[in-house]
Design a protein around this ligand. Structure first.
Ligand code: NOJ
Length: 707
């Protein structure tokens, strides 16, 4: 069969040479045999041309991965089809650097740290580093970013995500996806959707109303599709409203395809495909990592007439279009898994991102920044013997090195001898070391990982006792949190300073030393709330999390994160959006124009202007946050983040920050009509520097209208 085809091709070639003089052949446009390889045709045209040449087997080849992956590295692999010039699809994990055991890559800070910068440009650069390293490793689908809204503070993958606000996550997702895709790979927005726990992630059923789904959990995915043109989406392990994500007509067909007009491909999380017929029918394009449902079973379903070939064509086209759009066909040899892809520039970026993501939470009496001559006792495993630079699970990265905090401090101090270290396993020894030093710094950590939620919000082991013992020995105690999410702080009143450094990546110690000594002025803000007690959280019942009989009820509805604390008048330990600086700022002169808007097709954006003055002695950055409080009749949480902007200011300097409110700021999702509406009324515009510090107020009168 093969021989006959070769002979036939040989014959065609000979005939062509006879019919056309060689010079004409040499200048001929792309080989007529493969018109889809013409890069000047549109991705859609190229996909259509290619599909005409594909057999059913070849189409099905694209719709599932192969196991075991035949070449080293990639966690997901779809083999090439050389006959047609279709390259292999090579998929690798990467939330904070290239994963899957790759060597010679950069370990970046956890995404929650990068997001704490509240700087989409930083997220864009983060995506570029990730995208470039993946591309040079030969990866053409980067399995990230993770963009789910953090519903449950104990969620084991909180560190992989951006935080608890849908608008905020959407901005970060767009910036990172654009960064990744600008470097070559197709980005994969995951995990779609209501992926809010690890405890029972393979079976859990999230019972959530459509309004909450649209207003809280979908916006990051909508933005990834509509604003960043993410090429792929990963459907999650969990069920949403009784149906597995990867076979849900509501999630895949109605929302993703019809509402959001997603034209790329949906791949299942690893082992998250549960059927052939309803998965392919409702919108799954690719089963990963193997072929249990989308291999022979799918072929037989086509042959027996249960699945039409037209449907297969639709699903395959949705894979090919983003591949053509991203140039995957045009750049087949862009790297290899063994390549050394880390660079000095990426290491500097990793450090800068960690510095920009470190949040100053408490600074009593201006204890920070420290003079470089201060004698310091560094205490805790994360401070030296076991630096906590990253979270666990599929986001894990083989770090080329990790600078421990004690090493970073010793490098930056006036004299390395002034920095002592004890791991804190012996509380008396730790207290003794603290007593001998001018300042004690306790590094505490959590071990967060995919596959397990945290059993409690308390620090594990003896770390709370360590903080208490050290604080009792030396009132000048500073706590550095290396956690992926919020923790309880029973000794908060006993310590003078607190920094949230998250999982800071390979430059851990250099970054934290720069912040502690004031070489860098912290300008980060929390992207999620820190509760005061274990039960003062939006999801405190077992019905909500981890669920009863496999079902978790999203009964808090829209009151996720700070929305719940505001609605219930609960005082958090540290609110969403909060973070201090070594300087101070004043916000003034709020203007909101126009003061009234038409909604619907005649809507014009509302401009919010705020003046920000640096009233302190150091250069620093402030984040202006604008929240909208809807008319009470709309049944929304008290106020919700709708715009933010970061500004750098020299001491004494004033700048005007101009932010824009879009129509969604004045909208709610109407569940019965299944569309967004803008109820008329008076909308409060609140500006400030955290969700609990909003001193400037304005209003917008909005007219009614639907979108
Ligand atoms: C399961 C994880 O949920 C997902 O995020 C990851 O990309 C795959 N495993 C592949 O490692």
């Amino acid at each position: 069969m093969l021989r006959r085809r070769v002979n036939f091709l040989g014959f065609m070639l000979a005939a062509a040479v006879l019919l056309h003089p060689p010079r004409m052949l040499a200048t001929a446009p792309p080989p007529a045999a493969r018109p889809w390889m013409n890069p000047s045709a549109s991705p859609e045209q190229r996909a259509d041309l290619l599909m005409k040449a594909m057999t059913l087997d070849e189409k099905i080849t694209l719709m599932h991965g192969v196991e075991p992956v035949p070449i080293k590295g990639y966690v997901g692999y779809v083999p090439p089809i050389p006959r047609l010039g279709i390259p292999a699809i090579t998929e690798a994990d990467g939330r904070a650097g290239v994963g899957n055991g790759a060597k010679n890559v950069t370990l970046l800070p956890a995404p929650i740290a990068a997001a704490s910068s509240w700087d989409p440009q930083l997220l864009n650069a983060f995506g570029k580093v990730l995208g470039e390293e993946q591309w040079k490793k030969g990866t053409n689908v980067e399995l990230g970013p993770s963009i789910d809204v953090v519903r449950v503070p104990e969620w084991g993958r909180t560190f992989e995500s951006y935080g608890e606000d849908p608008y905020f996550n959407a901005q970060m997702a767009v910036a990172e996806i654009q960064g990744i895709q600008s470097e070559g790979p197709i980005a994969n927005a995951n995990m779609y959707v209501t992926m809010n726990q690890e405890s029972n992630r393979f079976r859990e059923d999230s019972i959530v109303d459509e309004r909450t789904l649209h207003e809280i959990y979908l916006p990051p995915f909508a933005a990834a599709v509509e604003q960043a043109q993410a090429g792929t989406i990963m459907c999650a392990y969990v069920k949403t409203n009784r149906v597995y994500s990867c076979e849900s007509a509501d999630l895949l067909s109605d929302i993703l395809r019809k509402e959001l007009h997603f034209d790329g491909w949906v791949m299942s999380d690893w082992g998250a495909t549960h059927s052939t017929l309803s998965s392919v029918e409702h919108g799954l394009n690719q089963e990963m990592p193997g072929d249990k449902y989308f291999g022979l079973a799918l072929k037989q379903a086509v042959q027996s007439g249960q699945v039409s070939e037209a449907l297969i064509d639709e699903r395959v086209r949705q894979i090919l279009v983003p591949m053509f759009r991203q140039g995957i066909f045009d750049h087949p040899d862009h790297g290899s898994w063994s390549a050394n892809v880390r660079t000095p520039e990426h290491a500097s970026f990793s450090r800068a991102a960690a510095e920009q993501g470190t949040v100053l939470l408490k600074n009593q009496g201006g204890i920070l920044p420290l003079a470089k001559t201060t004698s310091i006792a560094v205490l805790g495993e994360a401070g030296g013997s076991k630096p906590k630079a990253e979270g666990g699970g599929s986001s894990g990265v083989v770090a080329p090195y990790v600078v421990s905090p004690v090493d970073g401090l010793r490098r930056a101090a006036a004299s390395a001898e002034s920095i002592s270290y004890a791991d804190g396993s012996d509380l008396n020894a730790a207290a003794e070391a603290a007593r001998k030093a001018q300042v004690a710094i306790v590094f505490v950590h959590t071990d967060e990982t995919e596959g397990a939620d945290r059993p409690s919000l308390s620090l594990p082991g003896n770390q709370d006792q360590l903080i208490a013992a050290v604080a009792a020995a030396n009132p000048k105690t500073i706590v550095v949190l290396d956690t992926g999410g919020p923790v309880l702080m029973p000794s908060i009143d006993k310590v003078a300073g607190v920094l949230e450094a998250w999982y800071p990546g390979q430059e851990d110690g250099n970054a934290i030393a720069a912040v502690l000594y004031g070489d860098v002025n912290p300008g980060a803000k929390l992207p999620l709330t820190f509760p005061r007690t274990a039960t003062a959280i939006p999801t405190s019942t077992r019905q909500q999390w981890p669920g009863v009989d496999g079902r978790s009820i999203y009964s808090e509805e829209l009151d996720v994160g700070y929305r719940w604390y505001d609605a219930t008048h609960n005082q958090p330990l540290f609110p969403f959006g909060f973070g201090l600086s070594y300087t101070t700022f004043r916000l003034s002169h709020l203007s909101v124009t126009p003061a009234s808007v038409q909604t619907g097709s005649s809507f014009h954006p509302v401009h919010v202007r705020v003046e920000v003055t640096n009233t302190g002695q150091r250069a620093g950055a402030e984040v202006v946050q604008v929240y909208v409080g809807q008319p009470a009749a709309n049944g929304e949480p008290p106020h919700q983040l709708r715009a933010f902007g970061k500004v750098q200011l020299q001491p004494g300097e004033t700048k005007t920050v101009t932010l824009t409110l879009d129509q969604r700021s004045f909208s709610i999702y109407d569940e019965s009509a299944r569309r967004w509406i803008s109820p008329p009324g008076r909308y409060e515009i609140l500006a400030g520097t955290s969700s609990r510090d909003l001193p400037l107020h304005g209003t917008v009168i909005a007219g009614g209208g639907s979108q």
